[in-house]
Write a protein that binds this ligand. Structure first.
Ligand code: TA6
Length: 300
């Protein structure tokens, strides 16, 4: 594996290529191309903001109104939520990992043309309140997109309890036409109803209003059927017991300053992690890995 400089590209002839660029807001950006796909990763938040197979529309939604600035979250792509999910007294929403510049540790074009990139969250003052840990993020770009968030408790004696979530924003043709399967029978916390606990009774979830739910105790795959874009998106995961589904719908969209008023029509978040009662408790020296594989297939 190798490290690189802005404007540098991997050696010519390699099937997979990584180019270092100044992205929006002049934030450092990795532009990746493989024989099947392209992707973009900002060091800011280790955020994948783009993944697209050559013959398909982009997989990930990125708001036209997103900020690209130090200390600010990027609205779209795959925010890395860690070490807490949601609100935390006196602290920012969704942890600090998504607003920090991560270090690029390695990148490697593989002989088959896929490209892997490894990033590490640098030490930062916000981490002072937690036992010492390392947070590595491995992104592999090929026909699909595979993400691994690897947390190691570096403490000799303290347990490390945290939440994590890969907060994926998917591009869809029309949110009212999609359906989500793989959630039936699960209990969920409904944030729209003040976190009341409910049970999912439907085979396929349709979106017709604000949805903000934390599905608990689920390691299953979720599929997003999108008739308008003619594709099925598969969200497969390991090391994750929670799935979050979010669409801000009309009122919340107008409230969000980094999100367009009509953008709710063409996005859905299906997020994979360990949140609320599924939070992770890591023994001293132990490691936890959250793996998510995103793939698509064209509908016949
Ligand atoms: O994951 C769903 C959620 O927790 C929603 O409640 C909503 O707040 C969303 O995340 C976006 O959060 P953000 O802090 O990025 O505005």
């Amino acid at each position: 594996m190798t490290t690189g400089k802005p404007g540098q590209t991997t050696k010519p002839g390699a099937l997979g290529r990584v180019t270092f660029l100044d992205g929006r807001g002049e934030l450092p950006l990795l532009e990746i191309s493989t024989p099947w796909s392209t992707a973009e990763i900002y060091l800011h938040g280790a955020q994948v903001t783009h993944f697209k197979k050559h013959d398909e529309p982009p997989l990930l939604f990125l708001s036209q109104c997103s900020r690209f600035a130090d200390g600010q979250p990027i609205r779209g792509g795959i925010p890395v939520v860690f070490p807490w999910f949601g609100q935390r007294e006196g602290l920012g929403q969704h942890g600090f990992a998504r607003v920090k510049a991560w270090d690029l540790k390695e990148f490697a074009p593989a002989p088959d043309g896929s490209v892997s990139v490894r990033l590490r969250l640098p030490a930062c003052p916000e981490a002072a309140g937690f036992p010492p840990f390392t947070a590595d993020y491995l992104v592999t770009v090929s026909q699909s997109l595979t993400l691994q968030l690897i947390i190691t408790n570096q403490s000799k004696d303290a347990e490390f309890t945290f939440e994590n979530c890969l907060h994926s924003y998917f591009e869809v043709g029309d949110v009212t036409a999609i359906s989500l399967s793989g959630l039936k029978g699960l209990n969920y916390l409904d944030k729209v109803a003040h976190f009341v606990e409910e049970t999912e009774t439907r085979d396929a979830l349709r979106i017709a209003s604000e949805v903000d739910r934390i599905y608990l105790n689920t390691t299953g795959t979720v599929e997003i059927l999108d008739p308008r874009l003619g594709r099925r998106i598969r969200v497969e995961k390991q090391g994750s017991a929670s799935t979050v589904v979010w669409n801000p719908w009309i009122a919340k969209s107008r409230h969000l300053t980094d999100f367009g008023d009509e953008e709710y029509e063409r996005m859905i978040c299906v997020e994979s992690g360990n949140v609320a009662s599924n939070s992770v408790s890591l023994a001293p020296g132990a490691t936890s890995t959250l793996t998510v594989k995103l793939s698509t297939e064209t509908l016949k």
